[in-house]
Structures are given as C-alpha cells and as structure tokens.
Design a protein around this ligand. Structure first.
Ligand SMILES: *Cc1c(COP(=O)(O)O)cnc(C)c1O
Length: 485
C-alpha cells in the first residue's frame, strides 16, 4: 500500500482557494478597467509563441508563476472584446453573472451526454431554453437545446432538413445515387450556411445564393423562381435558410413571404437569428421574428447579444422527432432504463459529450431578469440610433445601409472629395487601418454592392454614450489627418 500522503492527486486545495480569490479580484478589476488596454492586440504574428517555452515544464509550477505569465504574455496578445470601444464584428459581453456560471460549470465538470449522467444539466438546459423561447415569444412546444455555436446549430438543423426528405433514405443510403439536393439562402447569409451544405455533402454548388434587394433582404420571388428552375432541372430543393439580422448589415429577410414559398414547395425553413434574435425580447421589436412561428428550426446565440460568455448557441425546432432521427445512435454502453420520460441530449446532435452551458445562461437570465435584459438591449438600440444620427448629420460621412439594430454600416465620403468609388474604397480602408492602429477603438468592415464599408456594432454592456462619442471623434480626427496628408 502506498503512503496516502504521497498520493499524486490534485494540487493543494488551499493554494487553489487562495489563488482563486486573487483571480476573482483580478477579473473584477480587469472588467472595470479594460479601457487601459489597447482594444486590438498590437502584437505581430509569432510574438506570443516567441514568449512561450517550446516544451512543457518537467516539474509543476505555482499558480502564481503561471498567472505572472498570463499578465506578461497572454494579456498583451488579447484583443479586448471587453473594451467598451470594441465595436468590430458583433460586440459581445461575457457578463459577470455569466462568468460565474461558467466557473461553476468547470467546477462541476459534468458531462450531460445522457439525462442520467447529470439530470440537473439536462433539466436546467430544457428549462432555460424554454424561458428564452418565452422571452422571444416563439411558439409553445418548440424543442430547444444548447450547442456551442450557430454554425453547429445550423449544421444540425440542416441535417434534420435532409433527414426530413421523404422518399430519400439519406441516413441509411447516404447521398450517392440521389438527385442533387439544393439549399437556398440570400447572398447576405452567413458563411456557416454554405459550410453546413459542404459538410453535409450537398456540394457548395448546390447551395444557392438568392439575390437580395436594396435593403439587403432576400427576394422571395427570386427564391421561388430559383426553386422552380432547379426542380425543372432535375434538382431536389429541400431547405431554405432565412436570416434575421444578417452579418454585414443586420438586414431581416421577409420571413413570412419565405415561409409561404417553403410551404408551397414543401421545403424545410431554417431561420438564422444568431445575432438579432434577442431583439424580440423587446415587446416593441417582436416583429423581427414575424413569420418565424412557421419555421422548422431557428438558431439564436446568447453568446452574441444576450450577455452570456462564448460559447452558447440555442437551436430550436418544431420537429425534434426529425432532428432525433437524424442523429440518434445508441450503442449498448449508453443504453439507460429511462426510456421516453427523460431527454438524452446526445440524441439531437453530433457531439456525445456536452458541457453544462445552461448554467451560465441561467445565471444571466436570473441576475438581470427579463426587464433588466430589455433595458440593456434598449440602451444598445438607442446608442445605435445616436451613431446613425451623427453620421447623417456629418457632411464627411454617409450611412451605407439601414440599421435596424445597433450595428451601423457607414463610410467616409467628404463633400468636396472625389466620387470615384475605387478611391473611396481606398480612403475608407486606410481610415479603418488608422483608427484600429490607435488601439483606442476597434471597428471592422464589410463590402456592400462591391463597396468598402466600415461597421460599428454596439453590444458590450460597458459601452456608454461618452465612449461612443469618443470613438466618433477619433474616426473624424483620423479622417482629417488622412485628408490633410
Ligand atoms: C455570428 C453569426 C453566425 C455564426 O455564429 P457562430 O456561433 O460563431 O458559429 C451565424 N449567423 C449569423 C447571422 C451570425 O451573425
């Protein structure tokens, strides 16, 4: 028998306790003062790796030593999504309650593959996704589950759509010998739709891009025409992905008209509301999900505009039986006695193991409450309107797309300057690089109808109107410097 004192177990829990307290203090200071860091990491490729040892330590190190390197090596290599002037991509917040939920989930370290492997994981997940369903006024009875990302939620939804095709036994037979299956999304849809098509073996060429209109919304008549033409051509249209809040401009596809087309042709309707879905928590913005009650599946990301630390994406479906049929495969060692009274979440997706993600969402929803979440979403929308007003009032700038939420597309276009589009593209590209190089703010860009456009997205809980005003002043200042050069 070995000496129990010599048993090589975990580190000393008193050291954990002591360092853990310090770490939480550090995190609170970090969140309060994220502004002291450059938003965009100023490092060059390879600089972080250059600071790290090539091989692992032979002997254990203290938590303090590890954390010193976090401060000296890791933090400088971060782009600070917690900085209030982070306006790139979709700004997000891992709120304090969400961080605590995440910490607890690491501590419990349960794997919710089956109901029995942690009943609380499955049942809390079922409960919080149903709370969120109610908050967004989605139909009663819809099934929901948490996935890591919208990309994976969409992949699973479209796998279900493929499974739903009657007459084709894709699950058993695969796609060989089947007619080409076609999937439809607008030219503004997120790349995850096409990626899902690629991963599902449809072929990228069978992911059809439907033209969008002047306001960047899918044209339902064009959709209908494309489906008919593909049918006539021997293809097999099976699903449409509509977007509520596209990634470039946050435009909202006309879901009621698209649902009509889907119903006419018997196609699965998937709605990508990864970013903008939470807007429906506001009674006055509930219309953004108009028609979505007719969808077969819908994805929304609490890790985007619902203050939950990444990763947390919720996939809803009105047809869980089909989703289950697409994925359920139970080997002997995973059989349990609970039958139909308990949900085994492994049956509804690719992954077997699953983290306790419901815990952080539960912390967020409880700590803020529905009213608290509404107040925060309204403030972001108000800030978005402020920015739009500043842009519209300024002769040197122009708005490049409607801004239905708190993400704004604009560009510099000085009155007395050229109207040459290529030169305007170059000017705006240089402007963005200059703004981001200051480290004071971080914006991103997109292309709309071929034109280079700047994007500012407001979604962090610590972004206030003075922050936004400072970013706006910075953009204007950098433009004047650029023009005077
Ligand atoms: C961000 C985004 C996605 C991808 O989200 P992930 O969770 O990173 O996979 C998909 N669709 C839309 C509309 C998005 O804005």
């Amino acid at each position: 028998m070995g000496d129990p004192e010599q048993h090589p177990g975990d580190i000393d829990l008193e050291a954990f306790r002591e360092h853990g307290h310090e770490l939480v203090d550090w995190i609170a200071d970090y969140l309060a003062n994220a502004e002291r860091y450059p938003v965009l990491s100023q490092l060059k490729p390879g600089e972080v790796k250059g600071e790290l040892p090539d091989s692992p330590p032979e002997h254990g190190e203290s938590l303090e030593a590890i954390f010193r390197d976090v401060e000296s090596t890791i933090v400088p290599g971060l782009t600070h999504w917690n900085h209030p002037n982070f306006l790139a991509y979709f700004a997000i917040t891992g709120s304090a309650p969400g961080i605590l939920g995440e910490l607890l989930s690491a501590a419990f370290n349960v794997n919710g593959m089956l109901w029995a492997t942690s009943p609380a994981l499955t049942e809390l997940e079922e409960t919080v996704v149903d709370w969120l369903r109610q908050m967004m006024a989605l139909p009663e009875g819809w099934f929901g589950m948490i996935q890591d990302t919208a990309s994976v939620s969409t992949l699973c939804a479209l796998a279900a759509a493929r499974e739903a095709i009657s007459d084709l036994d894709v699950r058993e037979q695969g796609l060989s010998g089947a007619p080409p299956l076609t999937l439809y999304a607008s030219d503004q849809a997120h790349s995850s739709i096409a990626k899902a098509g690629i991963a599902l073996g449809l072929g990228h060429g069978n992911v059809r891009s439907v033209p969008s209109d002047d306001a960047f919304r899918m044209d339902a008549d064009d959709l209908n025409r494309l489906i008919r033409a593909d049918r006539a051509d021997g293809k097999w249209p099976f699903a449409v992905a509509a977007t509520v809040g596209t990634t470039s401009t946050t435009s909202v596809d006309p879901v009621p008209e698209i649902a009509e087309v889907c119903e006419r042709h018997g196609l699965w309707l998937h709605v990508d509301a990864a970013y903008a879905g939470p807007a429906a928590v506001l009674p006055e913005r509930r219309d953004v999900l108009d028609g979505c009650d007719r969808a077969d599946s819908l994805v929304v990301n609490p890790h985007k505009w619902l203050f939950t630390p990444i990763d947390c994406s919720v996939l809803y479906t009105s047809r869980p039986d089909v989703l289950r049929r697409a994925f359920s495969l139970v080997p002997e060692y995973l059989k349990t006695e609970h039958g139909d009274e308990a949900t085994n979440l492994m049956d509804y997706g690719v992954a077997l193991g699953r983290r306790f993600r419901g815990l952080k969402l539960w912390y967020v929803l409880r700590a803020f409450g529905v009213e608290g979440i509404r107040a925060r979403l309204r403030e972001h929308l108000r800030l978005g309107e402020r920015l739009v007003a500043w842009i519209e009032a300024d002769p040197d700038f122009e708005l490049m797309a409607p801004a239905p939420f708190s993400t704004v597309c604009f560009r510099a276009h000085p009155d007395d300057w050229t109207d040459d589009e290529a030169e305007l593209d170059a000017l705006n590209e240089r402007l963005l690089a200059r703004v981001n190089a200051t480290g004071e703010a971080y914006l991103s860009h997109t292309k709309l109808h071929g034109r280079y456009v700047l994007r500012a997205s407001i979604g962090h809980l610590r972004t206030t109107e003075p922050h936004l005003a400072r970013v706006w002043a910075l953009v204007k200042r950098e433009l004047s410097t650029l023009l005077s050069e």
